[in-house]
Design a protein around this ligand. Structure first.
Ligand code: ZN
Length: 302
């Protein structure tokens, strides 16, 4: 495996990011970003970037830490948790309405490693396309789908397609999705980015605790162990320039979670992370044209 990009000494002559940079996070389920990228999100926020997230599969009955587990009431429980997390992190949240794997007939065994249905990949692309057009991100962070959860694969496939069609200049990076990536030595590209989150553990834990229905006391040790093994939160750039762009963004962030008013770079900058909850319900565009991503995707061999 090649050496991870240095976050604090970007390569001279790298692409310059606009300020504030815009980052879009693709989260298959509520909680995936908090689980996998909690420290990175806190550090990106500290760098003054504007963050948006799309939670793709908003319909679910899975909530083992809640009395709503196994019922349709789980949808509202998990939506509230997602909003709580977005409020805490300052991320503008878009909520997709697609049914997760458990509602599409998969179980704990069959959801791992199955190829996603072409129709659901197209549906994900339909939700992501308007979000991407609105957010116009400089960086797009998508699940790597380590060990192949079918919903994560669907999100990744759709994001790759939409990014290529709609935002070819956007830096595409893949994040190691937890808990699936725990204990897996998974190399993806030659462009790993290891994010030092040592100063952001408290913020990451607070984000994970926004999801009590997902039994965070079980997931926190897994996250900590993975960070210990990898040395941080690891992403993989689709290209060297994509990895460099993330490195450049993070170089603007302090390595510890100082209070905002202790950060000279932010004082008076107007780039502080947003704290008010902003939730947008992501739905497919009303008028699908013959040339829409959905139409063009129907012939793709997913
Ligand atoms: Zn997930």
């Amino acid at each position: 495996m090649s050496t991870a990009q240095s976050l604090d000494h970007p390569v001279p002559g790298a692409l310059r990011l606009p300020r504030p940079a815009k980052v879009l996070l693709v989260s298959p389920h509520p909680d995936d970003i908090a689980w996998s990228l909690g420290g990175t999100v806190a550090r990106v926020a500290a760098a003054g970037a504007a963050m948006s997230a799309l939670t793709v599969f908003g319909r679910t009955s899975y909530a083992p830490g809640s009395a709503a587990h196994g019922t349709s009431a789980a949808i509202a429980v998990r939506a509230r948790e997602d909003v709580m997390w977005a409020t805490a992190t300052g991320v503008r949240l878009h909520r997709g309405d697609l049914p997760d794997a458990s509602l599409r007939g998969y179980d704990d065994d069959t959801e791992m490693g199955a190829q996603p249905e072409p129709a659901i990949v197209s549906e994900v692309a339909d939700r992501l396309t308007p979000v991407l057009r609105a957010a116009r991100p400089d960086l797009l962070l998508v699940p790597l789908a380590v060990r192949g959860h079918v919903d994560h694969l669907a999100a990744r496939s759709a994001a790759e397609y939409v990014a290529a069609a709609e935002a070819p200049d956007c830096a595409l990076l893949y994040y190691e999705d937890l808990p699936y990536a725990a204990g897996v030595d998974h190399s993806h590209t030659e462009h790993p980015v290891l994010v030092d989150v040592a100063g952001y553990h408290a913020q990451r834990e607070a984000g994970v605790l926004c999801y009590p229905s997902q039994e965070p006391h079980l997931i926190l040790p897994i996250i900590a162990a993975h960070t210990s093994v990898t040395g941080g939160e690891r992403l993989w750039g689709a290209t060297a320039s994509a990895a460099q762009r993330l490195a450049e963004l993070l170089a603007a962030a302090p390595q510890s979670d100082q209070q905002p008013d202790q950060r000279p770079a932010e004082r008076g900058s107007g780039h502080r992370p947003r704290r008010a909850p902003v939730v947008v319900h992501a739905s497919a565009p009303a008028d699908q044209t013959a040339d829409s991503p959905l139409r063009r995707m129907e012939s793709q061999p997913w």
